[in-house]
Ligand binder design. Sequence first.
Ligand SMILES: Nc1ncnc2c1ncn2[C@@H]1O[C@H](COP(=O)(O)OP(=O)(O)O)[C@@H](O)[C@H]1O
Ligand SMILES: [Mg+2]
Length: 200
Amino acid sequence: MVTGKISEGAEAVIYETEVLDIPAVVKDRIKKEYRIAKLDDEIRRARTKKEARILALASSKGVNVPRVLLVEEHRLYLTKLDGGTLNVLKPSKKAFGDAGRMLAKLHNINVSHGDYTPANLLLDKSGRLWIIDFGLAEITNSVEEKALDILLMKRSVGKAEYRDFAEAYAKGSDRSEGILERLGEIERRGRYQTRTLLTG
Ligand SMILES: Nc1ncnc2c1ncn2[C@@H]1O[C@H](COP(=O)(O)OP(=O)(O)O)[C@@H](O)[C@H]1O
Ligand SMILES: [Mg+2]
């Protein structure tokens, strides 16, 4: 039973639904007419599967992410979180500390998120922070990828929010020294100042 559309992105449409009476959302990767049909099908399948696997890994390691309820070829069914994303809510200071702690936890299990912005962090009614949208996530121990997650957040929030975020990250991360050092290097070398990164 699919009901209302929640969101429509470049790659996927999110609908509200239920799985075995559990409130859920379904992330449906839409067909791209400009891609050759067979390749398009393979890409959507592979990305759906990859996102499901990384979500399941993060879940199993205690990172706050929605649970995977069901996986179809191009659709991912996740538990529906009740709340709003940080770019829409005007969150408290604590939320950015939680965002830093949560990213450290994710990096400690060697997952990079790939799009760690306030739009992909959801604060629920009880004040718990959740990471969503693992569409660009990777299983990796790359210091560079981890530093880029931090850089993207740095460019997406104000100075005070970033300070709270970075401080909590540094405390929680197993390799914060190397990662924050790399962040400084990336900023000095001026790489990744690309439109995609600046506009998300
Ligand atoms: N598990 C969820 N519970 C509630 N809302 C969700 C959930 N997952 C996604 N959403 C909503 O749908 C929007 C888009 O989802 P997201 O996974 O970020 O897809 P996209 O790749 O299109 O950005 C989110 O910003 C959020 O508002
Ligand atoms: Mg998103």
